[in-house]
Each structure stands twice: as C-alpha cells, then as structure tokens.
Design a protein around this ligand. Sequence first.
Ligand code: SF4
Length: 213
Amino acid sequence: MDDNIKWFYQTKAKMVMEALKANRINSSYLADASQVAGHVLGLIAGQASVAVGGSMTLTETGLLEAIRQADVRFIDRYEPGLGSDETMARLRAGLDADVFVSGVNAITEDGQLVFVDGNCNRVAGILFGPRKVILVAGCNKICADVTSAIERVNNYAAPINAKRLGRKTPCVKTGVCEDCRSPERICNATVIIHKQADPQRMHVVLVGADLGY
Ligand code: SF4
C-alpha cells in the first residue's frame, strides 16, 4: 500500500481508537492484514468456545481458518455437510459462545459501530450473549458519522454482498438499493452500537488496509 494511504489510515485509526475508548470499547491497530490472525488469537483464551459472524474480512485475513485450526472450541457454522437444522443449531449456540468474532459494516469517527444484517444472528451475538466480542475492520470502513455510515452500508456494502450471496434482489440488477420487499433481502435490521456497559466486553481491531466491503 502507498505510504501516504498508510499514514492516512493510521492517523484516522488513532482518532477512532480514542473515540472508542471514550465509548468503553477497547481497540488495537495493526498496520498489516497479515498480523490479524495472530493478534486476534492472542485475545482469545485457550479452550474458549468461539463463534463467528459472516464476514469477508475474516476470510480475507485468514482469521477464519486460523480459528478453525486453533486450540479453541470452534462452533463452526461453515463445516461442510451441515444440514439446515444443524446450521441453525450452531448459529443459536454461537449466541452463548465465550467469544464472538465478526467484521463491522462501518465505524464512525466518534466511535460508533454500524451493522446491517439479514439473518440477524450476527447482530444478536454482538449485542448480547457472548462474553467477549472481537470485531475486525479495515480502515476503509471508517466513515465521518452515522449518516454516512448507513449510506455506505446501504448503497455500497449491501448491494455487493447481495451479489456475492447470489440474491434475487433489485440491487443485484442495478447496483442501487431500492429498499426492496424481496424475501431475499439481506438488510433486515440496522444496528448501531453507541457504547458498551462492560468496558472489557468489546474489542475492535482496526487494520491499515482495505478489507471486506
Ligand atoms: S434493501 Fe434490498 S435492494 Fe436494498 S441493498 Fe438490501 S437487498 Fe438490496
């Protein structure tokens, strides 16, 4: 990555980390995506039960596979051959995991976290249940405020995710969100984390790279 972009991301991340701290959310900054897997595994105690939310960032950084190989009790929702009943059972079990790991759709400069979810197991686990929540985000997810964060999610991340998932939604044809009524809609809940009550529960790992959508 260009040194000037690296500087920009690091400077933005510093500001966001101070805001997160004021919101009782821990954070750390990594200059490179290759550091993510080792760093996050270091935040997870051995033998913890671990669940993940759907996230391109976890796949791109190798973190998903690293969790699968680690000495933890991984509640693997992606295990090949799972039927729909067992997949749902694992998604529910993930809501009582020791650690929930996910990406973020957008982070505001004042330290708020914005998510749009379809199934809503991801936002459910982030809101309550798992004792610890670790969220990984490239600095491309930083937005000025909640309005621009929601705009980013609705008009950029959601159509691309709908395309990735092969959904039959209007945005997959036009690239534009039409606030559809499709049963295949992936935007069924918008969640904004303003702050945390327990300052030890949530940890955001910011990465000086473009990750996910
Ligand atoms: S609401 Fe519908 S059209 Fe808009 S991004 Fe979500 S799935 Fe696409």
